[in-house]
Design a protein around this ligand. Structure first.
Ligand code: T4K
Length: 371
């Protein structure tokens, strides 16, 4: 390829759309600490998600950490290792032991049939991930959580814009977090949010994000700083009107990949649009490469495409339980599906502005590598 093609590229609104909000920052001199744009953005998001409660944060990772603190999680939490570092780190950073559960072949989210064997007397919660925006078995998870008195915190970092039965992905469990990082289909440069129904959590989540300050003379809990600033909120406000066009362009790109790659031996696609209960966001295009039938390994493809200026990514390899920093700590050897998928997965480029001609070219080059 003549130009470098990365796995993603941030969506940027027209400069005037962003500037319109930035001008207001110059008018108010309010740069952060729940300024007017922060409040307006929170309201817009609540409307979009039909969410009763929402706490904005400076990024998705801190949304996770704050939700963990606010929900009072401790001891052991059941989660999956096929995820970004943040999910596992958020537990470890809070002194909680992540207990790794396997995932399903079907959509690469937590395998509900394997959760109960992970429960001990120390378990306080389940932290499942809507990987690539594929929704977890929310019904199965809530049944187990109710039976054992566990909290559920969803890592919905990839699932903004996804709906199940018309309900937004953030409305499941005790709380869900979104990431609005630049690499996400909807972003605020850096940013995140916690979505929840129980308004009692509001004081805690808002407190943990702002040093526990209730007012000038009252600091009621030990919190840090995870505030979204006004420039981030301005980007969010400028981007939110584009959401449906962002998602439909990504849908078109996804279909094009699938049209080009369907039926190829040793190459598995995930077609989220086949589940009629789900309105998908088309956030990632994961494929699995089975070397035995494809005739080339995942890594051979990764390096060959890289040489060709196509920067596909191994989201998520290695499994988080195999990270250097967790050596000898939280390993779990009984994760056959997660291990297999982690060794076979590649995420193909997808972003607004990626032309269908380039998608075709990526597919041609990928298929040329087939043995
Ligand atoms: N939970 C889950 C399941 C997550 O996936 C994440 C984040 C989180 C929690 C935590 O949320 P945040 O605290 O991040 O809000 C990227 C993102 O940084 C990260 O947000 C995301 N998940 C993860 C899956 O992907 P990297 O290390 O792969 O990013 P990077 O810098 O290699 O970017 C990927 C490509 O995007 C680059 O090759 C080029 C392009 N790019 C990137 C940036 C930042 C641009 O074109 N412009 C840019 O500004 O982690």
């Amino acid at each position: 390829m003549k130009n470098k093609i990365f796995v993603t590229k941030p969506f940027l609104p027209q400069r005037e759309e962003f500037d319109k909000y930035v001008d207001r920052i110059w008018e108010t001199d309010q740069l952060t600490n729940r300024g007017p744009l922060h409040e307006e953005f929170a309201d817009e998001l609540k409307k979009y998600l039909k969410a009763p409660e929402l706490t904005l944060t400076s990024n998705g990772h801190l949304a996770l950490e704050i939700a963990i603190k606010g929900l009072g999680l401790s001891g052991e939490v059941i989660t999956t290792p096929f995820t970004f570092a943040s999910t596992t780190h958020s537990l470890a950073l809070n002194g909680i032991k992540p207990v790794f559960c396997d995932i399903t072949e079907d959509n690469m989210t937590i395998d509900t049939n394997r959760i109960e064997e992970c429960i001990t007397e120390k378990t306080t919660a389940i932290l499942p991930v809507h990987t690539y925006g594929h929704m977890c078995d929310t019904e199965g998870i809530s049944k187990i959580a109710e039976a054992y008195g566990l909290k559920v915190l969803y890592d919905a970092a990839h699932a903004f814009g996804v709906k199940k039965d018309g309900v937004s992905s953030g409305m499941y469990g005790d709380a869900s977090i979104y990431s609005f990082h630049a690499t996400k289909l909807f972003h605020t440069i850096e940013g995140g949010a916690i979505v929840y129904k129980n308004q009692e959590y509001r004081r805690l989540f808002e407190g943990y994000k702002n040093f526990g300050i209730e007012n000038e003379e009252c600091v009621s809990l030990i919190g840090g700083n995870a505030k979204m600033n006004e420039f981030q909120a301005a980007m969010g406000l400028a981007n939110i009107p584009h959401l449906s066009e962002i998602i439909s362009e990504r849908e078109e790109i996804t279909y094009r990949y699938h049209r080009n790659l369907e039926g190829v031996a040793g190459l598995r696609l995930y077609a989220p649009y086949e589940d009629k209960r789900i309105e998908h966001n088309f956030s990632y295009v994961p494929i699995l490469i089975d070397e035995k039938y494809f005739g080339a390994s995942r890594d051979q493809i990764y390096y060959a495409l890289k040489k060709d200026n196509i920067f596909v990514r191994k989201y998520f390899y290695p499994l988080t339980c195999d990270f250097e920093c967790y050596k000898g700590e939280f390993q779990n050897s009984d994760l056959p599906v997660a291990r297999k998928i982690s060794e076979q997965v590649l995420c193909l480029p997808i972003y607004n502005g990626l032309s269908l001609e380039v998608v075709d070219e990526i597919c041609v080059r990928l298929l040329k590598l087939k043995g």
